[in-house]
Design a protein around this ligand. Structure first.
Ligand code: URA
Length: 442
């Protein structure tokens, strides 16, 4: 088989055979297919799409490209969650400790930042000493000991996704339903949990810009999970503006800690409670109301914060950064962004705001770029807030002053101010399970 022929077939809209898909995944993982051919293949998939059959085979091939974690040595229900990616989306750092504090075992494999969105692994690495590259043995041992572990795609876990994900990030091939579904579900299947909750973001800061596309992606992933014997559900959540008020790696850890202390922003807290409720419900911890009450208690009692600190410590990080997040300090360069006019913040171009954070050093433009853990943005005003001309709408942080000017321009171009107050949008649009789509409306 020749990679050239497979690229050509997909470019012309053909349906690939399982053998062809496995040839691509195995060849690329082993380094036999070069980046330039894989990039062309990904772009062909981006434009031509894949059938459900092809997406299922691709997911399986990627999941089996390395070890399939055996969580059978862990007692109890193992629950996982995954977000399709957004701006300011630090929900894993909040929801996973809540679920662990409520008696679930959370064995989660996360990714790095992708495109304009942040990644949990990069956020965790802003904590000094924190290791995100765990062997399977350590991963299982930490979940058994603390109830929770979040690892990167270390060792030999879904190595195909690790390579493909990094390549998609720099070749403009992220926003593709079959590529996102196979990337996420290959990690979820390889990580071995019984229950999987997906947070599918919809809006101008998400890879899925419309709720219709988000529902399509959610249905595909739920079907893959259920077909592979995992209880799977998805929430469709709003990404028309950043989640919470902080964007950037250390900044987001700080905001996650605030939320676990019960003093986080209202939108982030509400989305996290809904995710936690649904994780606990999947794990059969009770009715939805009971699950929500358990999640609230885990925050109020401090037990969820304790869980996060235990995980950090077990993975080599300094738990003092969780109990005293002011230890992170601030980036050496900071600049306030002033409103150019008076009125209501009307439309936030959330992708543009995510790109602003990248420009400040919080994300990567090339695979090999390193991250500035203290870079990012603190939003002082969000959708629907009234601002006076000259009032600070955001504060930008970076370690490299030369990045500021362009970033400030990008930020200002990413927010619109208008005379009319915008209508309030729901935070959660729908819930997707194997039985169908239920509209929400939180
Ligand atoms: N998260 C992933 O793990 N993969 C994607 O493709 C998008 C979001």
């Amino acid at each position: 088989m020749r990679m050239y022929d497979v690229i050509l077939k997909k470019r012309e809209g053909g349906e690939l055979t399982p053998e062809e898909i496995r040839f691509v995944v195995e060849g690329y993982t082993k380094g036999e297919i070069p980046d330039y051919q894989m990039s062309a293949f990904l772009m062909a998939v981006f434009f031509r799409g894949m059938t459900d059959e092809e997406t299922g085979v691709l997911t399986q091939a990627m999941a089996h490209s390395g070890d399939m974690v055996d969580l059978s040595q862990i007692q109890g229900v193992k629950v996982d969650k995954h977000s399709t990616g957004g701006v300011g989306d630090k929900t894993t750092l909040i929801v996973a400790p809540i679920a662990a504090a409520c008696g679930c075992r959370v064995a989660k494999m996360s990714g790095r930042g992708l495109g304009h969105t942040g990644g949990t692994v990069d956020k965790m690495e802003s904590i000094p000493g924190m290791r995100t590259s765990l062997s399977e043995k350590e991963f299982v041992e930490i979940v058994n000991r603390t109830g929770i572990s979040v690892t990167g795609q270390s060792g030999n876990l879904a190595p195909a996704d690790k390579k493909i994900y990094a390549l998609r990030d720099v070749t403009a091939t992220v926003e593709s339903i079959p590529l996102i579904a196979s990337s996420i579900m290959s990690k979820k299947l390889a990580a071995g949990s019984n229950c999987i909750l997906l947070d599918v973001k919809a809006g101008n800061g998400a890879f899925m810009k419309t709720t219709e596309d988000a529902v399509k992606l959610a249905k595909k992933m739920v079907a893959i999970g259920e077909r592979n014997g995992r209880k799977t559900a998805a929430l469709i959540t709003n990404m028309d503006y950043p989640l919470g008020n902080k964007i950037g790696n250390a900044l987001e850890v700080q905001e996650a800690v605030d939320t676990l202390r019960g003093v986080g922003p209202a939108d982030l807290t509400e989305v996290c409670l809904a995710l936690a409720e649904n994780m606990l419900y999947l794990a059969q911890k009770g009715t939805p109301d009971k699950c929500r009450a358990m999640a609230l208690t885990a925050i109020r009692s401090g037990s969820a914060l304790e869980r996060l600190a235990s995980m950090v410590e077990a993975q080599g990080g300094d738990p003092e950064y969780i109990f005293h997040p002011e230890k992170f300090g601030e980036a050496p360069v900071k600049a306030e962004v002033a409103a150019r006019e008076e009125g209501y913040l009307h439309r936030m171009d959330t992708e543009g705001i995510g790109i602003t954070a990248m420009m400040l050093g919080a994300g990567r433009e090339k695979k090999e770029d390193s991250i500035d853990p203290l870079a990012g943005i603190v939003l002082c005003k969000k959708n629907g807030d009234y601002v006076k001309k000259g009032e600070t709408i955001a504060v930008l942080y970076t370690s490299d002053e030369s990045r500021l000017k362009d970033a400030e321009e990008k930020y200002l171009n990413s927010v619109q101010i208008q005379a009319e107050k915008p209508a309030q949008e729901p935070l959660i649009y729908a819930r997707v399970t194997k039985d169908g789509v239920e509209e929400a409306g939180a």
